[in-house]
Design a protein around this ligand. Sequence first.
Ligand SMILES: [Zn+2]
Length: 178
Amino acid sequence: MRGKNGIKWMMAVLAALVILIGTAAHTAPTALDTKEPSARDAAGDSARLAASCQVTQTMGFARCGHSVTRRVALPDALAGADFEAARQYYDLWQIDSFAPEHMEMSREIPLYCPMHQVLTVNEAGEIILTQNAYGDGMAVVAQYEKTVGDFDDVDRDALTLGIGFDSREEAETWLKAH
Ligand SMILES: [Zn+2]
């Protein structure tokens, strides 16, 4: 039962992310055309974030090229904050535009996005199937009897880096064939 609940939960996460990606497709052109540092200069050093400020966060996933954008409310602690305070608060992000009512930021993540099933190797050398469940972290979906020692150098390197598939079935078909 635990497995079934896990899958249901994963499907809910995926559904939410698909919605987010859909939203991203509509908002990306305006959200991302101000990558230049000058976005900050245009706003001026004296600009302060309003309590009602909307925050747009775009995560780009380097392994697959997909991106996810979400909009969140400004944390209470940042009401009235200037650019420097916001930059320090969001130290993992690059702030792409900064204005009292809307702040946009982006971040490059060296992983596959949540839409993929990724075969890789755990610390014990066992082959595992993982999925991005946290944005910047992978969750283990399944574990197999094969170990990294069962593969040749090329496949071993690829597995260590992680091989992305569209579905668990495709991942397991690949595993059987190698
Ligand atoms: Zn992806």
